[in-house]
Design a protein around this ligand. Sequence first.
Ligand SMILES: [Zn+2]
Ligand SMILES: [Zn+2]
Length: 130
Amino acid sequence: MTQTATPTKCTECHRPLRAATSIARGRGPVCDLKVRRRAAAERLARPFKDADRAATKALRHLADKALVPTAAARQYLMVATAGDATYLVDTIARTCTCKAHQHHSRCTHLLAADVAEITTSRRAAYALAA
Ligand SMILES: [Zn+2]
Ligand SMILES: [Zn+2]
């Protein structure tokens, strides 16, 4: 293994790192989640016609905290970007009640929910979405 200087600052935001796990990873927990979410969104957005745009939109939904867990397992409410509608997203049934999903069988809401689920533990996903 190559010996490199231990990073003491986050490679993303340049804030100092304190926790041993953060130092080992080179990123704080918030930046690490962002990086992992970006990677997951880019990978999962591949089937979309405009994959870059879909990934960006899904990440924006998460950043806006538009995804709200319901009492039912793996079902979420998604507040529309305009704030004038709410959709029900189900990551098991692979459905969303928005128009885009009815037309194309895919949408950035379901994509956002998938990204949230694969990059966070269930408990953490709930805390983040709250
Ligand atoms: Zn950072
Ligand atoms: Zn949708």
